[in-house]
Write a protein that binds this ligand. Structure first.
Ligand SMILES: N[C@@H](CCC(=O)N[C@@H](CS)C(=O)NCC(=O)O)C(=O)O
Length: 324
């Protein structure tokens, strides 16, 4: 939200207070309403007249989000010049009702925003396939790839239930996962997370219901997917769907699995300073993580290899994300 829009929103919220505090007449109140409408119209017209500034492509993320990593990785692989804006966890969905990753692109005199990682990938392919056919080939949405992506995205959602089951038992780890101690996240957001943590914890419990029974079901589904991936890789193929190079299903699998596989080079190493080592993860999470690594060795090796080959700091553009 621009500063003008923010000031206007504050004006609207404060309006009834001003009327009540000063005991204004109906006539004065109507004048204030007309002033608010005129102000709003000026903001719209000014935005149309002035070409929008700022970066052309912005990716809003939460540093540790596995869905955000999927979008980030695809942008890096395509070689798109973008700015990453890391948010503190939960604030975006709680206050704005949007999830991350969210991609915003400048479209002529306005901006367009896309949430949902899969929709972002479809946009990127449509936007860059003609301009960079070789680089964009990994994003081509074939029916088989789309079908796997749908299954993998569901797996990513089950992993959220599992991860919150463990994180909510360890508030310090949860706050850290939300970026509350990261210098890259704006200070006001970090303080908001630390201050309103009990409210956000309640919200997450309502949203994901990470109790024993629900988590056990989620774990069943996670393991069913991991078994399928293990079978798929069992014939010695180098990539999930047998191609010679990774495609977006490999990247989706690897990104979403970071919650348990905890590979080196997450986000191309950008957030290493803020990420705990695997040994510092909450106990239950660490136990499952070790078990899954042992039970699904081909999947684990595939994820590690993709991260080693594609996400090394030198192999990716490790620009500083913007923290405003
Ligand atoms: N299906 C969505 C899922 C996105 C999602 O659940 N993102 C989480 C982070 S992993 C989120 O935005 N959480 C809200 C928040 O923390 O603000 C996608 O593929 O993008």
């Amino acid at each position: 939200m621009s500063l003008q829009r923010l000031l206007h929103a504050i004006f609207l919220i404060a309006l009834p207070l001003v009327v009540a505090a000063w005991g204004l007449s109906l006539f004065s109140a109507v004048l204030l309403v007309l002033l608010g409408l005129a102000w709003r119209q000026l903001i719209v017209l000014a935005a149309l007249m002035n070409p929008p500034g700022g970066p052309e492509v912005v990716l809003e993320t939460i540093q540790n989000s596995h869905f955000a990593e999927k979008g980030r990785w695809c942008l890096d692989r395509l070689g798109v010049d973008y700015v990453e804006k890391p948010w503190a966890g939960i604030l975006g969905v709680f206050f704005k009702g949007r999830t991350v990753p969210m991609l915003t692109v400048r479209t002529g005199r306005t901006h367009a925003s896309i949430c949902e990682s899969s929709e972002i990938l479809r946009y990127l392919y449509g936007r860059y396939a003609a301009e960079r056919p070789d680089r964009a080939a990994f994003l081509e949405p074939t029916p088989e790839r789309l079908d796997w992506e749908r299954r993998l995205d569901r797996y990513g959602a089950h992993l959220q239930i599992w991860v919150y089951h463990h994180l909510l038992r360890d508030p310090a780890a949860c706050k850290s996962a939300w970026g509350a101690y990261s210098q890259r996240v704006p200070t006001w957001q970090r303080w908001t997370v630390l201050t309103l943590y009990p409210v956000f914890e309640w919200f997450i419990r309502k949203a994901f219901q990470p109790d024993e029974a629900h988590t056990a079901k989620a774990v069943e589904r996670i393991e069913a997917l991991l078994r399928d991936v293990e079978t798929q890789l069992g014939d010695g193929r180098a990539h999930l769907l047998g191609g010679e190079a990774p495609d977006f299903t490999d990247i989706t699998l690897a990104s979403l699995s970071t919650l348990w596989a905890w590979p080196a080079n997450f986000a191309g190493g950008r957030y290493d300073a803020d990420r705990p080592g695997p040994d510092a993860l909450p106990e239950g999470l660490q136990a499952d993580r070790l078990e899954w690594r042992e039970r699904y060795p081909l999947t684990s090796a595939h994820i590690d290899r993709l991260y080693a080959e594609e996400r090394t700091v030198t192999g990716t553009d490790a620009r500083e994300p913007a923290a405003d």
